[in-house]
Design a protein around this ligand. Structure first.
Ligand SMILES: *Cc1c(COP(=O)(O)O)cnc(C)c1O
Length: 479
């Protein structure tokens, strides 16, 4: 399998060549040259497979430059019950992503639990695979990497738990000093591993992100210190997320050919992009329902055909903070398919976006194609979120987190008789305990292995929002 850039440069790298990088050199995002197709016979065989075996079948179609036996070992170590042990009472951790039906089976309304991993958010599903792939490829090549990232919560902890103790990998994670919850801080800062470095920046998340950009733009520093990233545009993260769309499909249907819809709480468009890819491979997905919070740039696009990224100052701080984005970094991948994979059109559209503008597909043939690709959308507010958390608790005795609540709210607007609706559950309520308290007047349950983590010793250095100081901190640990 070869990969192409959405902006049309003519290098055609393989999977391992793009694993450690981010953007393509021409500024685009990588996608497979063609989407591999799944035959009816494959679907029939895959239905009964355990998660790791299913993952191997799917990944082998995208990763042709790692021997099948090695990939099999990596996948078996990644998708094992011991890693995804935080499931609801009564669910089987061997399912990795158990399905919870809300109401009767006939209601066809389901939650796909994706947040049973080490950090209790769905980002573990992809990041754990990335950690094992990084270690494998770096060992093969005798190379090292220093991952530099910025986080406001979920991404940083998922990256650190995935990379802790991995040979050849160091992580330098910037977070805004005092802006994360005590639980999130404890999750990251209490890791004892020597290859994990937490840097708290006196400032906001955007200050952290600006420093990451500034360091990455220093080509000499970047090359000398082998700076890498694991942000949401990483192709391996997207492809790892394709697997659970298949798993969820099999869990919610009786026979192949039945259609289902998925509803996905969305921020950077990584998760739902994987659903789009599963659909392009031939998985019978009826609708891909995209849910946003008050930061509704994507809902606006799917309703109006206008993509209007916001300024960072126009981004709302909400109670589903992992969806607080001003532009959606993976969105270009979908638009590439929407415009018939014409890189000239992408270059033209993104020349406007990259200059701080917007684009409008009205009056083009692409607008009417949105539904062909299955997409519909909706948005949710803080009040909706509280009402939905209460409703699901009262009617089903099931507690959901704020991001999942946004998706449940929007999914209800698109239910159709006879077509199961699967809502992707992206985090556990304990990560957003304050809003759960507000909605239900009670504390969310905390998995036993997180008891008292706030009182563990923490490893973090605090510094001003100063790029040179961060560079010096990195240099201190690198030969
Ligand atoms: C990251 C995240 C999202 C948004 O996912 P995208 O892939 O960025 O669209 C939703 N919910 C939670 C809990 C997250 O951590």
């Amino acid at each position: 399998m070869r990969y192409v850039s959405t902006r049309g440069s003519n290098d055609r790298p393989e999977f391992c060549d793009i694993l450690l990088g981010g953007l393509a050199p021409d500024g685009g995002l990588y996608l497979p040259e063609q989407y591999p197709q799944v035959t009816a016979a494959e679907l029939a065989e895959w239905r009964a497979l355990p998660y790791a075996a299913l993952a191997l079948r799917i990944l082998q179609k995208f990763i042709t430059d790692i021997p099948a036996r090695d990939l099999g070992n990596i996948v078996a170590r990644t998708y094992t019950a011991g890693v995804y042990c935080h499931c609801r009472a009564g669910r089987d951790a061997n399912d990795i992503t158990p399905l919870t039906t809300l109401g009767t089976l006939e209601s066809g309304f389901h939650l796909l639990e994706l947040s049973n991993g080490p950090t209790l958010a769905f980002k573990d599903m992809a990041m754990q695979l990335l950690g094992n792939l990084f270690e494998y490829v770096l060992t093969q090549r005798g190379e090292e990497i220093n991952i530099l990232g910025a986080t406001s919560g979920d991404t940083g902890s998922a990256a650190e738990y995935a990379m802790r103790g991995k040979r050849g990998v160091r992580v330098f994670m910037l977070s805004p000093d005092g802006k994360m919850s005590a639980f999130q801080r404890a999750q990251m800062y209490s890791l004892p591993d020597a290859n994990i470095h937490n840097i708290a920046i006196r400032g906001m998340f955007d200050d952290c992100q600006d420093i990451v950009k500034a360091v990455s733009n220093d080509a000499a520093f970047k090359a000398k210190y082998k700076i890498g990233a694991v942000n949401s545009i990483n192709w391996a993260r997207v492809v790892a997320q394709v697997i659970y769309y298949f798993k969820g499909y099999f869990a919610a249907t009786q026979r192949d050919g039945e259609k289902v819809s998925f509803c996905v709480p969305s921020g950077n468009f990584g998760n739902i992009c994987a659903g789009h890819i599963a659909r392009m491979m031939g998985l019978p997905i009826h609708r891909l329902v995209l849910a946003t919070n008050e930061n509704d740039v994507l809902d606006e696009f799917f309703r109006t055909g206008i993509y209007r990224p916001r300024k960072t100052a126009e981004t709302y701080v909400t109670s589903s903070p992992s969806m607080d984005i001003s532009k959606a970094s993976n969105f270009e991948r979908f638009v590439y398919d929407l415009v018939g994979r014409d890189p000239a059109v992408i270059r033209e559209l993104w020349s406007k976006v990259d200059a701080g503008g917007c684009f409008d597909l009205n009056g083009t043939p692409y607008k009417t194609r949105l539904l062909e690709f299955g997409f519909v959308s909706g948005r949710s507010t803080h009040a909706d979120r509280l009402a939905t958390i209460r409703d699901i608790w009262q009617r089903h005795q099931t507690m959901i987190d704020t991001h999942t609540a946004d998706a449940v709210k929007v999914a209800n607007e698109y239910r159709e008789p006879g077509i199961p609706m699967i809502v992707l559950e992206t985090a556990q309520p304990v990560k957003f305990a304050e809003t759960i308290q507000e909605a239900l007047n009670r504390d969310p349950p905390r998995p036993a292995d997180f008891a008292g983590i706030e009182s563990l010793p923490q490893r973090v250095v605090t510094m001003n929002a100063d790029t040179e100081a961060v560079k010096a901190e990195i240099a201190k640990f690198c030969g």
